[in-house]
Design a protein around this ligand. Structure first.
Ligand SMILES: [Zn+2]
Ligand SMILES: [Zn+2]
Length: 184
């Protein structure tokens, strides 16, 4: 039987709105399931990217995408994260790798700035995928109420540059893992 305590998620849904193959995201899904101890699955994302496009900036408003996710899944007790290929921003920042509702249900993450060729470096699909996994776990961590962490290798450490993502591990530090456990 599913635990129906308010605020407790029954599953995690990874919504694919990118060009990454679903099979590849299944692999990510397994890592996410292990991180949070919840059933995790992949499905298509019901997102209208055009509606979040800012023609002046040439980027997509991540908060507008979060609103779409919240509205599309109102009434479910799952956590969800959309993976998009477009470049995301929030008004006060040049760009974001992703955004999440702190203690909420929804998050979004972009692959746009995770690939080496964006920085003029040789393509490295495995590295891009590791970065994506870390950013997905990071943003989902926020939906479970986790704040940014100062532990050097913790996945909840804030990253502004991909080099900083590379320095983190995929795992939560013991302090964050403890907070996650007490939040569930
Ligand atoms: Zn964060
Ligand atoms: Zn931590």
């Amino acid at each position: 039987m599913l635990d129906k305590t308010p605020g407790v998620a029954s599953a995690i849904n990874i919504l694919n709105a990118s060009t990454i193959a679903d099979e590849r995201l299944q692999e990510l899904s397994r890592a996410v399931g292990r991180s949070f101890g919840l059933r995790t699955y992949v499905s298509p994302a019901p997102l209208n990217l055009d509606r979040a496009f800012d023609a002046y900036r040439g980027q997509y408003n991540s908060t507008a995408l979060l609103v779409q996710l919240v509205n599309a899944f109102a009434g479910t007790d799952e956590k969800r994260i959309a993976v998009v290929g477009v470049d995301l921003f929030i008004p006060v920042l040049t760009f974001v790798f992703g955004e999440a509702q702190l203690g909420g249900s929804s998050a979004v993450v972009s692959t746009h700035r995770l690939a080496n060729p964006f920085y003029g470096l040789p393509k490295n699909d495995e590295l891009s995928f590791q970065r994506l996994q870390k950013e997905v776990v990071h943003e989902l961590g926020h939906t479970f109420g986790l704040y940014h962490c100062h532990q050097f290798e913790c996945v909840m450490r804030s990253s502004t540059y991909v080099e900083e993502i590379d320095l983190k591990r995929l795992a939560l530090c013991s302090g964050c893992a403890e907070k996650l456990h007490s939040a569930r």
